[in-house]
Design a protein around this ligand. Structure first.
Ligand code: IMP
Length: 199
């Protein structure tokens, strides 16, 4: 099975992506390859940040690698928090702070439309590729559910009456922004490398 590094320290994302790629790819974490430094996300777009993280690992550690960057893009806020989703309520803030700020900003807003967008940058065999996954939905008025992470309790995907945090991991992974982007990358790797086992 093809080994590939996922340049993240987020254990939720690692678990999610290992479930999505089970039987297809062997996913190594940054600690699996002895990379313990913090990779700064200095880009001003999701694409830039994903590329920065994937190339950092590829160049310094020599592994085929991919990295993702995700943003929650809220229509009524002009696409904010977007690339700044992790730091929406300030540096070193928690998911709870970000959701509190988002719900406060949206309190008097009837337009609840939002989307999660993930960009994956893949550095493999000296080439670089980008894959995108988008899921549309709405921002709820209060937090609902306890599964997942980040903004999951306030995001309700289109066609569902439950938030990501109420749907649970399995249902979320069927439809999520990250699984759409990951699916595209896995398909690319399957087409490219005969050695990868089919799902
Ligand atoms: P990053 O991709 O780790 O930079 O994520 C940016 C921000 O979006 C962080 O606050 C994450 O918690 C949040 N985020 C990323 N993916 C998800 C998701 O699948 N559900 C909810 N929040 C997410």
């Amino acid at each position: 099975m093809k080994k590939i590094v996922f340049a993240t320290n987020n254990r939720h994302k690692l678990e999610e992506i290992r479930k999505i790629t089970k039987g297809t790819l062997e996913i190594l974490s940054l600690s699996d390859i002895g990379c313990h430094e913090e990779i700064e996300e200095t880009g001003s777009t999701l694409d830039e940040n994903a590329i920065i993280k994937a190339t950092y690992v590829h160049e310094r550690y020599g592994y085929d690698c991919f990295a993702d960057d995700t943003g929650l893009e809220v229509e009524a806020l002009g696409g904010a928090p977007g690339v700044y989703s992790a730091r929406y309520a300030g540096e070193a803030c928690q998911a709870e702070d970000n959701m509190r700020k988002l719900l406060a900003e949206m309190e008097h807003n009837e337009n609840r439309k939002a989307q999660f967008r993930t960009v994956i940058a893949l550095c493999c065999n000296g080439e670089q590729h980008l894959f995108e996954g988008v899921i549309r939905g709405t921002i709820t008025r209060v937090k609902r559910g306890s599964d997942g992470f980040g903004y999951d309790p306030v995001f309700m995907p289109e066609g569902y009456d439950r938030t990501f945090a109420e749907l649970g991991d399995e249902a979320k992974n069927q439809i999520s922004h990250r699984s759409l982007a990951t699916g595209k990358m896995v398909q690319y790797l399957l087409d490219r490398f005969q050695t990868v086992n089919p799902r």
